[in-house]
Design a protein around this ligand. Structure first.
Ligand code: FPP
Ligand code: MG
Length: 263
């Protein structure tokens, strides 16, 4: 029997209340400061649902908004997402073009008036070799950064086009250049020199507490290799990224709290 409009309204209201209670309970415990996602499985999701491949990425963007809202409700200060690997430029031209198009639209929507970044006070930080992107995408990234630069509640590190080894090599190169400029004859590069020059250090980024990869693949794929410390908890979940949501995040947050309490 179909639900009446009023019954639907009541059901949604009850779900909303329950979610708020759940978030309130979780927030009473320790909350990770920095959570990163390898958003994987968009194309397999599209294939398994009989959709066009690009729809997997479009639904992946919807999942990103959903996950950002959950993280914001939990007061997670920094979220990092792997949105495009430098290697992804090797994919078929049609897919790369589709992703560039989506990225441009997605960025403008994220930072628009009433968009999720404005609504939740999120500052956008770009991490990666953005100069490799077409000018329209670079312009959208710059606009999103500019419009959100005074947002103080949390940070979204949007990693694209990114590779961790590229980021580290770049940080080492900058450290050496700096030593040369200062006329230091003995050029010693210490951990802090590199850490200070990582692209995630452009905004205040706490140590990485949790790294999550979706779609059942158990690889790090050159993502945040330096930022992963001895305390980073790594989770591999089977869900394809476009289906990612509270059901998968809840056990991960509870596991984090259990481990912190057990210390
Ligand atoms: C990995 O799945 C996903 C990507 C390469 C693109 C990620 C992009 C989004 C989630 C949406 C875009 C959002 C912004 C803000 C630009 P895959 O393509 O490797 O899928 P597969 O593992 O099933 O092959
Ligand atoms: Mg993949």
């Amino acid at each position: 029997m179909p639900l009446t409009e009023h019954a639907v309204w009541l059901r949604d209201k009850a779900i909303d209340r329950l979610r708020n209670v759940l978030f309130g309970v979780l927030r009473a415990g320790p909350i990770p400061q920095h959570v990163a996602f390898i958003m994987d499985g968009n194309r397999r999701y599209a294939r398994s649902n009989g959709m066009k491949l690009i729809q997997g990425h479009v639904d992946g963007f919807t999942a990103l908004r959903r996950v950002l809202e959950i993280c914001s409700s939990l007061n997670i200060k920094v979220v990092s997402v792997y949105a495009f690997a430098i290697d992804n430029f090797q994919r078929p031209k049609e897919e790369v073009d589709g992703l560039m198009n989506l990225a441009e639209r997605a960025l403008l929507e994220l930072c628009s008036h009433g968009g999720i970044l404005a609504e939740h006070g999120v500052r956008l930080n770009t991490v990666g070799r953005t100069q490799l992107f077409p000018p329209e995408v670079q312009a959208a990234l710059n606009k999103a950064k500019e419009l959100t630069k005074n947002n103080k509640r949390s940070v979204l590190n949007l990693c694209m086009p990114y590779s961790s080894r590229d980021e580290i090599a770049n940080a080492v190169e900058e450290s050496v250049q700096n030593a040369l400029l200062e006329g230091r004859i003995e050029c010693v590069v210490v951990h802090k020199d590199i850490e200070d020059r990582l692209m995630t250090a452009k905004v205040n980024t706490p140590p990485l507490d949790i790294l999550i990869r979706t779609s059942g693949v158990k690889r790090l794929s050159d993502y945040l290799l330096w930022q992963c410390t001895e305390n980073t908890q790594i989770h591999f979940v089977d869900t394809f990224w476009p289906d990612m949501g509270l059901v998968d995040l809840l056990p991960i947050i509870l596991d984090y709290q259990r481990k912190i309490w057990a210390q």
